[in-house]
Design a protein around this ligand. Structure first.
Ligand code: ADP
Ligand code: MG
Length: 313
């Protein structure tokens, strides 16, 4: 593996949470209805299983070779890689900075195939017996990139970031059953039976009971729903995003009810013309900007004022 490859890979796989987001999105793209994520060692160990379409041997080799073959052969490509957010580079990049095994099987093929990669080199390729779907196991993430390794945070901080990302993906895919296990403990398991069940499975009965449905999603009762500063979940056209203006609308809407140390709990789902939104595709977070930020702010604030007033009457 060339130095350039490893450096570029370190940029794509910024931290365990952003890596898990890429893996989850791959499983979702493969039409999985069940996805299980297991994490240990502060995120340096990750195993993800899905029951999706799977890959045959040829797909499997392609999925990890991509990086080395086309995209990074010229300086221009490298530049594009940085600007366009590393599309098609997740698996090869993860393979470059870890010890990774991918096993996968398609529906009507007798056996699955397994490929093992260490620091970007294929160390094993063989048939294996398994059900339809894909299993990816990542060990010793960043074992060959000491700088990245040094920037890993305390295990609990990494776990918190992972939990946050998986929750957001689970809420944007409530028809898929998603299980998160950290240090052998099940954090949550959604049933794949719709949004309200997903809310129940992730946040518990008390939260579900104390939510109010409104035009743009759900708002939590400020004194009854457990929340923290990350309890505003925003989805635009079904994808989890961050938006300062939406957060501000919610905070301003709750203004009179916000006592010190209290945060609103809100799930906001917006459907907008893609032409009117600009998503800054940073590898780890998707920060969205709207063509008319003031209009979005006003629309949401108005609805929140309406709903919270209803509450008082
Ligand atoms: P991208 O998703 O942008 O194509 P990735 O590096 O994330 O790039 O994945 C490379 C390819 O590997 C995907 O295009 C897909 O064909 C295949 N792949 C990755 N993960 C899975 C999965 N869980 N199930 C089936 N195919 C997968
Ligand atoms: Mg991908």
């Amino acid at each position: 593996e060339s130095v350039a490859n490893i450096i570029a890979a370190g940029e794509v796989v910024e931290n365990p949470a952003s890596m898990i987001k890429e893996l989850l999105e791959n499983s979702l793209d493969a039409n999985s209805t069940y996805i299980k994520i297991e994490v240990k060692s502060g995120g340096r160990y990750v195993k993800i299983n899905d029951n999706g379409d799977g890959m045959d041997e040829e797909d499997l080799l392609l999925s990890v070779e991509r990086h080395a073959t086309s995209k990074i052969s010229t300086k221009e490509d490298l530049y594009n890689l940085f600007t366009y957010g590393f599309r098609g580079e997740a698996l090869s990049s993860i393979g470059a900075v870890s010890k990774m095994t991918i096993s996968s099987k398609k529906e009507n093929i007798e056996n699955g195939n397994l490929v093992a990669i260490t620091g970007g080199k294929i160390t094993n390729l063989k048939e294996c017996s398994m059900g339809k779907g894909t299993e990816i196991e990542i060990k010793e993430l960043f074992f060959n990139t000491p700088a990245r390794l040094k920037f890993l945070r305390k295990a609990n901080t990494e776990y918190g970031n992972i939990k946050d990302i998986v929750i957001r993906e689970a809420l944007s895919n409530p028809e898929v059953s998603i299980v998160l296990v950290i240090e052998n403990k099940e954090v949550f398991r959604t049933s794949g039976r719709g949004m309200e069940n997903a809310i129940l499975d992730i946040f518990g009965r008390n939260t579900l009971k104390n939510l109010k449905k409104f035009k743009y999603g759900y708002l939590g009762n400020i004194s009854l729903v457990k929340s923290n500063k990350d309890s505003i979940y925003i989805f635009v056209n079904g994808r989890p995003v961050k938006s300062k203006i939406v957060e501000k609308a919610i905070l301003d809407g709750y203004y009179t009810k916000l006592m010190k140390g209290k945060y609103p709990f809100a799930l906001i789902f917006l459907k907008l013309d893609p032409k009117t939104i600009d998503i800054n595709v940073h590898p780890s977070k998707k920060i969205v900007k709207f063509e008319d930020e003031e209009n979005i702010y006003n629309l949401i604030l108005e609805e929140i004022n309406l709903i919270l007033k209803e509450d008082e009457e």
